[in-house]
Design a protein around this ligand. Structure first.
Ligand SMILES: [Zn+2]
Ligand SMILES: [Zn+2]
Length: 262
């Protein structure tokens, strides 16, 4: 089982714990590496991202923790970069590329808020067609390829957060399959790993990680690779569902993202 996690959030954005509390929990869990990935500053949405004036403090604090705990664990200062983020890229060790919104002519629709919100937005902007909504999400996802600084791809099929049992749309529908396959092929070309992300499990939104097994198989078949993260917002879930995920993705090699940083 992988004992690192490069997708974690603290009180600098929407996480529950301080960075040091996370470090102490990681050491307790026998982890060899911990990457912090605060939500990048995004002037178009100030609700859950790091504030612009806090970025220097964040970097300083993570770098101080790096030094303080260097004999026990390797610490990295990163950020989860949304494709619409306009944050200055200086001073970070790595980035993950993510999509949390669909941009409809300048209006941002939040993808991971709730199933009701997705449905409401599909009604209002896509004539009630959830598949069109999902297609628009994957079009946004392709924009990660425009961010060469990104080291891995976060929660590729986040649009299914509230659709584990097809409550909102049919994931077998050829239109849906084509949308994710096109986006996957586009992003595989970047040559960076996709994450297996267990975050929605700890938050009780799903019982399985992103991406669906069939998506993971497709990505693997087309030359893509994987790392594992828990998109951690609470120190008690740093390695949440990692062991079970090894079984879910049996036959798919999971790499340690730290090896990409050396
Ligand atoms: Zn995210
Ligand atoms: Zn995240």
């Amino acid at each position: 089982m992988i004992r690192s996690n490069f997708h974690t959030h603290t009180t600098y954005c929407d996480g529950k714990n301080s960075a040091e509390e996370m470090v102490l929990a990681a050491i307790e869990n026998g982890m060899h590496a911990l990457g912090f990935s605060t939500h990048s500053y995004t002037s178009r949405d100030l609700t859950y991202c790091i504030r612009k004036e806090k970025i220097a403090e964040y970097q300083k604090e993570i770098n101080a923790l790096k030094e303080k705990y260097k004999d026990k664990i390797n610490i990295y200062c990163g950020s989860e970069l949304d494709v619409i983020s306009d944050m200055d890229r200086d001073g970070f060790d790595y980035f993950l590329g993510a999509v949390h919104y669909i941009d409809v002519d300048g209006t941002l629709l939040t993808v991971d808020g709730s199933g009701d919100e997705q449905k409401r937005d599909a009604d209002k902007y896509f004539g009630g067609d959830m598949l069109s909504y999902a297609e628009a999400y994957y079009e946004m996802t392709k924009k990660i390829a425009d961010l060469p600084e990104v080291g891995f791809i976060a929660h590729f099929d986040l649009v299914t957060k509230f659709n584990e049992n097809y409550e909102l749309f049919d994931e077998k529908d050829p239109r849906y399959v084509k949308a994710w396959q096109d986006a996957a092929l586009h992003l595989i070309k970047m040559g960076i790993p996709f994450e297996i992300n267990t975050g929605a499990i700890s938050r009780k939104k799903r019982t399985t990680p992103y991406p669906r097994r069939e998506i993971a198989d497709f990505i693997k078949e087309h030359g893509g690779t994987f790392i594992m993260t828990s998109d951690c917002h609470d120190k008690d879930y740093l390695l949440c569902h990692f062991e079970e995920s090894d079984k879910i993705y049996e036959g798919i090699e999971v790499l340690d993202f730290e090896n990409f940083l050396k």
